[in-house]
Design a protein around this ligand. Sequence first.
Ligand SMILES: C[S@@+](CC[C@H](N)C(=O)[O-])C[C@H]1O[C@@H](n2cnc3c(N)ncnc32)[C@H](O)[C@@H]1O
Length: 452
Amino acid sequence: MVVSLELYFNLASLALKEIENGLSARLALKKISSRYSITNTKLRSKVHALVIETIRRLNYIDWVTNISLEGTSISQLPPYIRSILRLSVYQLKFLSTQPSQFFSALIGLIAKKFGRKDAGFVKAILYEIEKRDTTYYFTRLSEYEKIGLQLFHPTWFVRYLFRIMGRSEALKVMRKNNSQPTQYIRVNTLKVHPEMLQRKLAKEKTIVTIDPELFDVLHIKKMKRPLIHSPYYKNGFFYIQNKASALVTHILNPKENDVVLDVCAAPGGKTTHIGQFMKNEGEIVALDSSSKRMYELIETSQRQSINIIQPLLADSRSISFASKKQFDKVLVDAPCSSTGAFWSRPSRKWSVNRRLIKWLSQIQWSLLERAASLVRSKGILVYSTCSLTLEENEMIIERFLKLNSDFKLTEATPFIGIHGFRGLNLCQRLFPHINNTDGVFIAKLIRRSREE
Ligand SMILES: C[S@@+](CC[C@H](N)C(=O)[O-])C[C@H]1O[C@@H](n2cnc3c(N)ncnc32)[C@H](O)[C@@H]1O
């Protein structure tokens, strides 16, 4: 099938617009593909790559565009034109595509949708961007702003990371965030042995290696088509999950017949992994406040044939159970800024700020406090986020330990990352540039027995 540049651009700009409205890249693409009945997986992958790589560099793209727009800003343009411009600037600045080739496809597309006047406007801006020297504007920026533009991260984040990690490590994190993320899957060992799955996937031309640290995690080295189209995915033999996320369940280490509470469970990556560790014996109460994500959890658990999960739509900050039910193990995989997942989810870079982090830390605190009250004596409480900030991680745990003397930290094993910051050596942090995973924080706490 020969795909026209026009169709390719149209799909990408519509997806970009959906992402601007808050959808994840995966869902935006799914929505647009189903609206236009696009079944060609090659085209979908190509559009996905274009959208993701444009979003990864959004601050730089908007900065050069704004210089050429003189007096107005890209944020004031109509959404579709804005998306088209962003995709074009990405092509122009980062790809070797012949400008004339895509300019004409693009101009044709805009002319069809909006008329010749808008097409002329976009064309003029693109020619201006192509020839404009931005050096003068760049020299007027602060050091943080310059690094932010060169490494495609928000200025506040550059400043923040320099402060908590030091310049050299911070730069490594940001450089890593600009590379192609490693893809992982977690094997459903209730259905298949990791080596067996490795062989089965090889027959589909998906080449994987077994992770040397977590026995049920596989690295994707090469694949012919998107993993969700594999019959092994559809039959629940594996789940697409980052290694750092899988580590959380290894640390919680639930056993057969445990009674487990997962207070932020949807879409169910960790809940189903917990069920797998429990060999489908025992009880998992899975709470989440999002009905949409809860449907995904139900679907995920059915696909993986994990049938000990009781999904419950609830605000976990105020949950209570009849007869003062208590749990052997409780997981708080809290909603967070995702600052550790900028590598795999670059759109998050542009929606997070310091105010949001403060707001999230209040929710995280309430979730942890409530969850802790539901842990039985000698029970385990695990707190995790995919955030890099201190406010969402170490500072929450410090405050928690200060106010809850019946809990103490215990070593988060398997220990494959680095120690927590601020002296919290029993906590564990993983980083993209060190561990080749999303950045996560994990704290494991144990409730003291009454005699202790
Ligand atoms: C990091 S995600 C959880 C991911 C999940 N553990 C997994 O591994 O698939 C955080 C979840 O917390 C949920 N959430 C946010 N606030 C909540 C609240 N007050 N009560 C319950 N769930 C909440 C969100 O809907 C989101 O699904």
